[in-house]
Structure formats: C-alpha cells, structure tokens
Design a protein around this ligand. Sequence first.
Ligand SMILES: [Zn+2]
Ligand SMILES: [Zn+2]
Length: 253
Amino acid sequence: MSSIFSSVLTAFLVAAVVCTAANTCTTVYLHRALSHRALTIRPSVAVVLRAVLWLSTGIKPKEWVAVHRKHHAYTDIEGDPHSPVLLGWKKVQVKNVALYRATVLDPTTIDRYAKDLPDDRWDKLFFGHNKTGLLSGIAILMIALGPWTGLLAAFIHANVYLASNAAVNALGHHFGRRPYDNRATNLQWLAFFTMGEGLHNNHHAAPSSPRLSHRWFQVDPGWWVIKTLTTLRLATVRFSDIRLTATAKASFN
Ligand SMILES: [Zn+2]
Ligand SMILES: [Zn+2]
C-alpha cells in the first residue's frame, strides 16, 4: 500500500516539474520570443527550450506561432481560432486541441502567419517529428520512474498542460479583470499555473512586451525566467519598458 502511495506521489511531483518546464518554454519561447519577438534567446539556449517542448508537448513551434498570431489578428471576431465570444468559453475549454488542429490543417495558416519560421536542421532531424518527441518523452519517464509511475506522470502532465493552456484561451477571454479595453482578462491564479500567461488582458494591451505583469501586485513567473536569462546574457529583450498599444493607452483605468 505504501509503495502505491509513494509511486502516485512521485508521479504527481514529477508531473508538476515537467508541466512547469513545458509551460515555461511555452510562454517564454513559443509565445513571447517566437510569436511576438518580444525577446531574442541565444540559439544554444533556444535549442534546449525546443527540446523540452518536443519531449513534453510534441508541439511544432511554427504551428503554435501561426495559430497564436491568427488569434491576435482576429481577436474575438470572425477568424479567431478559439474565441469564447464566438464559441462560448466551455467549448473553447473542452475543444481547444481540436480547434488548434483545425486551424493548423488549414494550409493558409502557416503560410500567412509563420512564413518567417522555416524548418532548420534541428527540425529536420528532431523537432519536426512531433510524435517521436512525445513518445520519447513518455519513454524517458517510464525508464526513469518505472513503467506505471512513468505513464501516470505523463498522463497527469498531459492533462494539466492541456487544461491550463486551454484555460488561457477560454477563461482568459471570459472571466476576470479587464484593466485595459480588450476582451481578454487577467486571472492571477491562472498565471501561477501558466508561468504568467493568465495575465492575458495585460498581454493583449502590450503584445510586444516580454513582461506580462504591469502592476506591483501582479506576479509573472515567466518574466523572472526572462530576467535571469538577460542577466546571464543569454537573451535580450526588444523593449525594456511596457509598450501599450494605442487602444490600451487610451483605455487604461
Ligand atoms: Zn487572447
Ligand atoms: Zn500573444
């Protein structure tokens, strides 16, 4: 009995570490660096972040970037890949992956929104093969923890990662505070789960800013990671101050 308890506990702890790593790479690399060019990360560090994403999510960066840039181009209007205004927040929360896949399968999405991200040699060798990445990640957990504990850790991580990222698109455009005049919302509790992404109203107000916390009481753990990288000279930020869009400047209250 105690060995089952310790296996389950181990699975939860490892899943928490893997999910935090995946969410860190998602917000810092996929979102702030690649999608918005809010920071530039040294190639030697970027390849590590890409490897973590490949093993823990199987996401192809150019696909994620294209879907996200389309979301910014059509936020909460016809054309938005995952708008709670158009579809309802429950549908976006539950069907986020299906909505993502449908957008990626449209050949115009990558052409129009990720032209600047052609496959490089790393993609050709590893990162373009997303199923291989995911299966390798699961295999590593099974070898390191034992087959059942490893599978359980992978299962917990997959569910938490998918649910928390869906929540940014669903809850983060429906529930919460709107200090700036846009449809996105700030949810600090969600920002703790997603390394800052829950401060989504701030992000839509200043998409080119690498920092998502705009007030002293807001917490953006992804920004701490970026600060560490810049202090170590492993990354540079495009703007050191927060650049609000014209609409956000006019509407801030
Ligand atoms: Zn949004
Ligand atoms: Zn964005």
